[in-house]
Ligand binder design. Structure first.
Ligand code: MN
Ligand code: MN
Length: 440
């Protein structure tokens, strides 16, 4: 089976580059789950026909109501909008050697050494005792300071270099540099006292307020075109914002649909889809209940189950692209290549398909037919060689309710790194694929 490059058809190139511009702009305005929800609502504000529900500012459910949900069932594209990052601990501030630093606890699967000595910005909220929410973004504006986790110099890293990658840059070593100016007339911890004064002055917060906060450190740099031919996008958090953006554009532009088109943007995928904003929660049933009610159908348990049995889902997530420098980690006959379109992934998991939902052949055929009919460039992809590693997505948590599910999204290089690489051609065909699925 021969793969076909998404770039071969030169008449599509303008559309591909135009679509990528909107995506790059979106990435630069939404580096956290809360920011994605906010920007997505802004994006969809002109689509008056959409049902939109925001859950705790971290999950967004969107549907384009059409008649007879009971007969038709839903077509859902479900992506996740959390990305691996470095969170602040509840009591982060300390002074050591006359410098002030922040203690952190990383979130999701990061290769820790990649986060040393790069510029970081802080995004998030601090909630005061009275419920007031203070939004904080430091390090994105041109004149704003950034933060960093300083690495060891090569001259003194002889011992460190003997360590295995997973042993150096330990979790407790990811400490962020924050300040060094001492407060006048303060003897005990003069630098810390000065930083606390600044927090009060600039944001009206005191040290205890940091306990009820969600502050996330992410790379401070911007999304950029990559390569001399500008065929790639390089950015933080493309897993899984590339699918989230494609899904948002698809539901926005969806035309006639046989089914009831919907999009869900979940939180917490990177730590196992846990909590009441992750895909293991009851968000899908609540969503179906809301839709039944809004179309005048009584949301009995039987009716909810009826909709579920007729509904199907694309678990919209990225896959690993075949890496020319490390081809040995993949089976080249079943791996996805950058620039060859959106990937259909029948199953994920590891070691004998453990923890995978494995899409039924009948459903794979249906999705294949929809993609082919719409002229979508697509390819198959498995996550790495058998028994070498693996991974999962939200697919199995959705499948357990009874909906048909398959994974589909673009391949990525350097996934979970601070600068992930995607192909603009794959981005465009991911959008086309989701639109075809929602319309089919
Ligand atoms: Mn993902
Ligand atoms: Mn991921």
């Amino acid at each position: 089976m021969e793969k076909k490059s998404a770039w071969k058809d030169s008449s599509k190139r303008n559309d591909i580059f135009e679509f990528a511009k909107g995506y790059i702009n979106f990435l630069n305005r939404s580096k956290t789950e809360r920011e994605v929800v906010k920007i997505a609502k802004e994006m969809l504000s002109e689509n008056k026909d959409l049902f939109i529900k925001d859950i705790k500012g971290k999950v967004l459910v969107i549907a384009k109501p059409s008649s007879d949900i009971l007969k038709r069932g839903l077509r859902i594209v479900a992506a996740h909008i959390d990305s691996p990052r470095i969170d602040l601990k509840p009591s982060p501030l300390y002074e050591d050697q006359d410098l002030v630093l922040l203690k952190t606890h990383y979130y999701g699967g990061i290769r820790k050494y990649q986060w040393l000595s790069i510029p970081l910005s802080i995004h998030g909220v601090v909630v005061k005792e009275n419920g007031e929410v203070i939004e904080i973004v430091i390090g994105e504006g041109k004149e704003e300071p950034v933060f960093t986790i300083p690495d060891l110099l090569p001259h003194l890293s002889k011992e460190q270099q003997e360590k295995k990658i997973k042993e150096f840059a330990q979790g407790e070593e990811l400490n962020v540099l924050v300040g060094s100016i001492p407060k006048d007339n303060e003897e005990k911890k003069p630098v810390l006292e000065n930083i606390l004064d600044l927090l009060k002055e600039k944001y009206g917060i005191q040290e205890e307020d940091l306990i009820s906060a969600e502050l996330e450190l992410v790379p401070a740099w911007k999304a950029k075109s990559v390569g001399l031919d500008e065929s790639f996008v390089g950015a933080y958090g493309q897993d899984d914002r590339i699918c989230a953006y494609s899904a948002l554009r698809a539901v926005q532009l969806v035309e006639e649909s046989e089914k009831f088109p919907a999009v869900i943007l979940f939180d917490k995928e990177e730590i196992g889809s846990e909590g009441n904003t992750g895909a293991r929660s009851n968000i899908i049933q609540d969503f179906i209940m809301d839709l039944l009610e809004s179309t005048g159908v009584t949301p009995t348990y039987r009716n909810i189950r009826r909709v579920i049995q007729k509904s199907s889902v694309i678990s919209a997530d990225v896959n690993a692209g075949l890496h020319p420098t490390y081809p040995d980690v993949q089976d080249k006959y079943n791996a996805a290549k950058l620039g060859f379109g959106v990937v259909l992934t029948k199953y994920t998991g590891y070691k004998g398909k453990a923890a995978s939902s494995d899409a039924h052949a009948e459903f794979v055929a249906e999705v294949r037919r929809l993609y082919n009919k719409a002229g979508v460039k697509w390819q198959i992809g498995e996550l790495g060689k058998v028994d070498l590693g693996g991974g999962g997505t939200i697919a199995k948590f959705i499948a357990k309710f009874g909906l048909e599910v398959i994974d589909s999204g673009p391949p990525i290089l350097a996934m979970h790194s601070p600068f992930e690489i995607a192909s603009k051609g794959d981005l465009y065909h991911t959008y086309k694929a989701y639109k075809a699925f929602l319309e089919g």
